[in-house]
Write a protein that binds this ligand. Structure first.
Ligand SMILES: C[S@@+](CC[C@H](N)C(=O)[O-])C[C@H]1O[C@@H](n2cnc3c(N)ncnc32)[C@H](O)[C@@H]1O
Length: 163
């Protein structure tokens, strides 16, 4: 991807890591079978994938557009000795075929919600679980929603959508 396109993407959808408490709350909302694939769309430093791989011992894949974060995620996965379970792919999440994924985590920013929602509705298979941090998808009703009190003014939330 051209550098200006990467910068445009990152303005729309910048890096902000999910707090560990939010990651744990999200992972507690789903069950994942051993043959299923867990993905993080915009995986940042890979922390969500590392926690998911430790908890479910399933194949996890992260898609990240920022090359510096891809490098950091690779390092963290290696340090956690989870290279056999986690793949980090440098790519634009809007080019990823979502139909191969069973459980999806995403921490999106408002400008991408309409396009992301449409992509999820068009491509995800029936039974796919989608965990969305702090936002609501358009055109879908969450099955479950939890709030996470972190001691700061902002109260985090995670929405679970089951297609
Ligand atoms: C809010 S952060 C979330 C990081 C991680 N998922 C977490 O919850 O800790 C959003 C991430 O998406 C990445 N990103 C932004 N646009 C993207 C795109 N079009 N494709 C892939 N990744 C993207 C950003 O670089 C950033 O790392």
């Amino acid at each position: 991807m051209h550098e200006s396109a990467i910068i445009r993407r990152l303005v729309e959808f910048p890096y902000l890591p999910s707090p560990t408490s939010v990651i744990h709350a999200a992972l507690n909302m789903v069950e994942v079978e051993s043959n299923e694939v867990f993905a993080d769309l915009g995986c940042g430093d890979g922390s969500v994938l590392i926690e998911a791989a430790k908890k479910f011992e399933v194949f996890c894949v992260g898609f990240e557009v920022d090359p510096a974060l891809v490098r950091l995620a690779h390092k963290k996965v290696e340090n956690a000795k989870l290279k056999h379970l986690i793949d980090i792919v440098r790519s634009d999440l809007f080019t990823v075929d979502l139909s191969r994924l069973d459980v999806i985590y995403v921490y999106p920013f408002p400008p991408i919600i309409p396009k992301l929602s449409e992509k999820i509705i068009c491509e995800c298979r029936k039974g796919t679980r989608i965990l969305v941090h702090d936002q609501n998808l358009k055109g879908l009703q969450p099955t479950k929603s939890v709030q996470i009190f972190e001691g700061s003014i902002h109260i985090h939330s995670v929405q679970l959508y089951v297609l």
